[in-house]
Ligand binder design. Structure first.
Ligand SMILES: *[C@@H]1O[C@H](CO)[C@@H](O)[C@H](O)[C@H]1NC(C)=O
Length: 192
């Protein structure tokens, strides 16, 4: 079997650590559905802890194999820093061991996925000249035939713009915890 035949997915997205009582259900679901539309086959997350509603959502997404949850209870062994800025937040290990989990996630899917994306949950690689990530990557790979890794430039969207018609502000989402990223970018960070 050659390498091409073994590839189960074109794209795997690695999301590093979920921790604390993170419970952003709406953003998590919307981001995963967006990834799916763009051609992502599998999302891997490293879970230290999260809120109850998000726990339910994770279970649903992992049942059909779209989501792979890697247990990462590092807080039971070390005192992890709760912020990204180590000098400010202290602790034994930077940001719940994010560098270790992302490193692990480069190796975990490499045999079965053509590309591995290292993303935060508030980041989406969004092509604007193509319908999906595969056709974008086909073009980029043609332009850069000997390149194995691509660095995507991050843009931060300010949290003050809203989709004016409100057509993505659905009433059935009102009771859900989290941020509606289709309506506004009120996390302040979505990369394109
Ligand atoms: C990967 O993308 C190609 C299109 O470039 C498509 O034909 C193929 O079915 C995709 N493979 C998977 C596993 O999704």
């Amino acid at each position: 079997m050659d390498v091409e035949e073994k590839l189960q997915f074109n794209f795997t997205v690695c999301i590093s650590n979920l921790f604390g009582d993170y419970n952003n259900v709406l953003q998590f679901a919307q981001t995963l559905e967006m990834y799916r539309l763009l051609g992502v086959g599998r999302v891997v997350i490293y879970k230290s802890s999260c809120g109850a509603e998000l726990e339910r959502l994770l279970k649903i997404y992992s049942q059909d194999g779209f989501l792979e949850i890697v247990p990462w209870p590092i807080q039971q062994h070390l005192n992890p820093s709760k912020g990204w800025l180590f000098s400010k937040d202290g602790g034994d290990v930077h940001y719940f061991g994010q560098l270790a989990t992302l490193n692990e996630c480069i190796y975990r899917p490499m045999e079965r996925s053509r590309y591995v994306l290292l993303n935060d949950i508030d980041e989406i690689i969004m092509p604007y000249q193509h319908d999906n990530l595969m056709s974008m990557m086909n073009m980029l790979q043609e332009q850069h035939p000997n390149t194995g890794a691509f660095l995507i430039k991050n843009h931060i969207f300010p949290p003050k713009h809203f989709e004016p018609s409100g057509r993505f502000h659905l009433p059935q989402w009102n009771g859900l915890p989290g941020v509606n990223i289709f309506w506004s970018t009120s996390t302040g960070r979505n990369s394109a």
